[in-house]
Design a protein around this ligand. Structure first.
Ligand code: DQA
Length: 153
């Protein structure tokens, strides 16, 4: 799968957003802010350029489609930023996919999941992610890209 703006030197990072994040900007703006998914993805590409990364973006509301996209990242990306939405809290299939692809995955949540409903405090994927960034708003994606940019090759 070709990466847009592919380069031999730049680290390629896939930014994946899961269920309901296509509604960013209108879904609970009090919690998730007013930035749309399109604006967020553009910002990720721009932050990536500043960090010397090539960023590709993907969103799906479907667990299996997200897992397929993660599998496609094998050999096509060196890192993943993943906001799995509510799949975070129950998808063991996503846990296994993250483990299987062997790439550093940074878990991102726009909201502070620890301070919301108790069921949101549990993540079944954190154990297989290199780090988790939660409650930093859209800026959490920039912090995740910075984290990946700082990893040893
Ligand atoms: C979220 C938090 C999840 O609990 C929720 O289901 C989401 C978004 C976040 O970015 O804060 O869809 O991952």
């Amino acid at each position: 799968m070709p990466f847009p703006g592919d380069s031999l030197l730049a680290m390629r990072v896939l930014v994946v957003n899961g269920p309901n994040l296509n509604l960013l900007g209108t879904r609970r703006p009090d919690i998730y802010g007013e930035t749309t998914l399109g604006e967020l993805e553009e910002r990720c590409r721009s932050w990536g350029r500043d960090l010397g990364l090539v960023v590709d973006t993907f969103q799906s509301n479907h667990e299996g489609t997200i897992i397929d996209r993660l599998h496609e990242a094998i050999g096509a990306a060196e890192g993943v930023v993943l906001n799995p939405g509510a799949l975070t809290h129950y998808s063991y299939a996503l846990h296994d996919a993250i483990e299987a692809i062997g790439l550093p995955v940074v878990e991102v949540h726009i909201s502070d999941v620890a301070s919301r409903e108790p069921w949101r405090a549990d993540s079944v994927i954190s154990a297989v992610c290199v780090t988790t960034i939660s409650g930093k708003g859209i800026d959490g994606y920039r912090l995740a890209l910075e984290h990946l940019a700082g990893l040893e090759p």
